[in-house]
Design a protein around this ligand. Structure first.
Ligand code: MD3
Ligand code: FE
Length: 218
């Protein structure tokens, strides 16, 4: 559109040690990514998981890749099969894997090989309370997150739940790479405000690419 679009597109904005924001990095691929998500969700339906504490999540979730994330009364974990069907999770499409690897490389994590992509769907009002992602085998690998559709306010905390949080608006096409010392920081999403986006209607889709398994699980 203007002179700064291209500059912005490739800019890696440091957020904190180990965390980098790539504003709009996925914008041009958004239609292809959302088509891929629709294909995955046709095989592994979005579902509202129940936490070990018995709460039904407001966010709807599915996965693709060798491993997918699930939750039930016995805990959070990654599994090779979708518990809802007993079938393997849908394969991770190359368009998704490539985007995650390109973003990771720009942020300094060349060689990132995700084996799981968690797909979160937020309707207005849905939220994710402050948490750490610790179910993955290897904390040396980063997590790459891709935001699509209506915007959200992301909360970025510290290493303790009680640490102060910063707010960051994540909009359509934004990619964030969370590695190194940022990998185990607390984070969450505030209740989503009502909005509409031409590609997703009234929802937000978030993809998080992870290296979840050990060498033998992959
Ligand atoms: C910072 N998802 O799926 S993505 C999650 O927008 C999750 O759906 C949010 O938190 C979402 O676990 C936030 C950004 C994100 C993902 C993982 C992180 C930030 C992170 C792991 C460590 C530090
Ligand atoms: Fe998380």
């Amino acid at each position: 559109m203007d002179l700064f679009d291209d500059i912005e597109r490739e800019a890696v904005l440091p957020l904190a040690p180990g965390a980098a924001l790539l504003r709009g990095f996925a914008r041009d691929d958004a239609t292809a990514l959302l088509d891929a998500v629709a294909g995955i969700a046709a095989q592994a339906l979005f579902r509202h998981l129940v936490t070990p504490g018995g709460h039904t999540m407001s966010v709807a979730t599915t996965s693709c890749g060798a491993l997918g994330w699930t939750s039930d009364d016995s805990g959070y974990r990654y599994t090779a099969r979708d518990p809802a069907t007993g079938r393997h999770w849908p394969a991770m499409p190359n368009t998704l894997r490539q985007l995650a690897q390109n973003a990771a490389k720009l942020a300094g994590f060349a060689g990132f090989t995700p084996d799981a992509c968690l797909i979160n769907r937020y309707a207005p009002g849905a939220r994710l309370t402050l948490h750490q992602d610790r179910n993955e085998h290897d904390f040396a690998a980063p997590i790459v997150s891709v935001s699509l559709g209506i915007p959200a306010v992301f909360l970025f905390g510290g290493m303790k739940r009680s640490d102060p949080t910063r707010k960051l608006r994540l909009a359509h096409g934004d990619v964030v790479v969370w590695g190194g010392p940022a990998r185990l920081r607390f984070h969450g999403i505030l209740p989503l405000a009502h909005a509409t986006h031409p590609l997703t209607g009234d929802c937000r889709i978030n993809l998080t690419f992870r290296k979840a398994g050990s060498a033998r699980e992959r």
